[in-house]
Design a protein around this ligand. Structure first.
Ligand code: TPP
Ligand code: MG
Length: 306
């Protein structure tokens, strides 16, 4: 397909898609606002909006991963609605900043951010995990414009980000690459191979953000696999490392600014968060790692997220 505008190529999003479906996608994108940039106050409201989407989507689907989607709401909001240089009207713009959702089970959150940014219609969010929907439980980069990597098998996103960062350097492009990892995901050896390689290649156009909610699928990290001292580990691997409150957009923005100033090495942002953030009965409750809220729970959650 071709998408009009700066950097547009002759790339097809989904080689298997019919010409009609492709034309429909392109028509939808034309005429959309190119970029939404929010104030700090508006970002807090957007994070809440994304949380509401996550609750409704997983509730309707009857499955999915609400906990790790809710914990990363401000991180994804700060990127999509303030920090990333991107253009929903031209998703394949070659100079766009790249966002890789390495913790691919948080797909509902990414879908919500993409829809609210204008990549596709918000109504489509209701099709999460439905048969035939583009919005499967884990993202597919071949079907959704705006998804940079098909993820879900944990541990791979940082390696993928290295490829993007090296390609940017080779092509003399100044885009930046942001990879969001889970803290449980950091149990994967591949993450540390990638951490070593990023520092070796002095990738100062690469930022890893760790959603440090202290829990993974089976409960607390400290009981499953102790990660601490996590920030010290990234430092020891040669990364400029910053710790922030991952629910404070201003701290996230300041960290991304600081990352731009760090020359000759990649930056790790350790974002301290709460799994299930925003919904009292989901917060720090490992049950909601991979369980959808019931209809009654959806109602209670939405009441809290008003
Ligand atoms: C390679 C691989 N092993 C196991 C899983 C199953 N799995 C899905 S989510 C998850 C826990 C991830 O924990 P964390 O990275 O901390 O995610 P968060 O707390 O942000 O939800 C696991 C083990 C997977 N998706 N990929
Ligand atoms: Mg976690």
């Amino acid at each position: 397909m071709s998408v009009s505008g700066q950097g547009a190529g002759e790339e097809r999003v989904n080689p298997g898609a019919s010409a009609d479906a492709t034309a429909e996608a392109v028509n939808f994108l034309r005429g959309k606002p190119s970029l939404i940039i929010l104030s700090l106050e508006e970002m807090a409201a957007m994070a809440k909006k994304l949380r509401r989407h996550v609750i409704k989507m997983t509730g309707k689907a009857g499955s999915g991963h609400p906990g790790g989607s809710l914990s990363a709401a401000e991180i994804v909001t700060a990127l999509y609605f303030k920090y990333l240089r991107h253009n929903p009207a031209n998703p394949r713009w070659q100079d766009r900043d790249r966002f890789v959702l390495s913790k691919g089970h948080a797909a509902p959150l990414l879908y919500a951010a993409l829809a609210e940014s204008g990549y596709f219609d918000v109504d489509e969010l209701a099709t999460l995990r439905a048969l035939g929907s583009r919005l499967q439980g884990h993202c597919d980069m071949t079907t959704i414009l705006g998804v940079e990597m098909s993820s879900g098998s944990l541990g791979q996103g940082l390696s993928f980000g290295i490829g993007m960062a090296l390609a940017g350097r080779l092509d003399s492009r100044d885009y930046r690459v942001y990879v969001l990892l889970g803290d449980g995901e950091c149990d994967e050896g591949q993450v540390w191979e990638a951490a070593m390689a990023s520092a070796h290649f002095k990738l100062d156009n690469l930022v890893a953000i760790v959603d440090h909610n202290k829990q993974q699928i089976d409960g607390w990290n400290r009981e499953v696999m102790n990660l601490e001292p996590l920030a010290e580990k990234w430092k020891a691997f040669g990364w400029h490392t910053i710790e922030v409150d991952g629910h404070d957009p201003s701290q996230l923005i300041t960290a991304f600014d600081e990352a731009k100033q760090a020359k000759g090495r990649p930056t790790a942002v350790i974002a301290h968060t709460i799994k299930g953030k925003g919904v009292s009965f989901m917060e720090n409750n490992p049950e909601f790692h991979g369980r959808a809220p019931t209809a009654a729970e959806v109602e209670r959650a939405l009441e809290e997220l008003k």
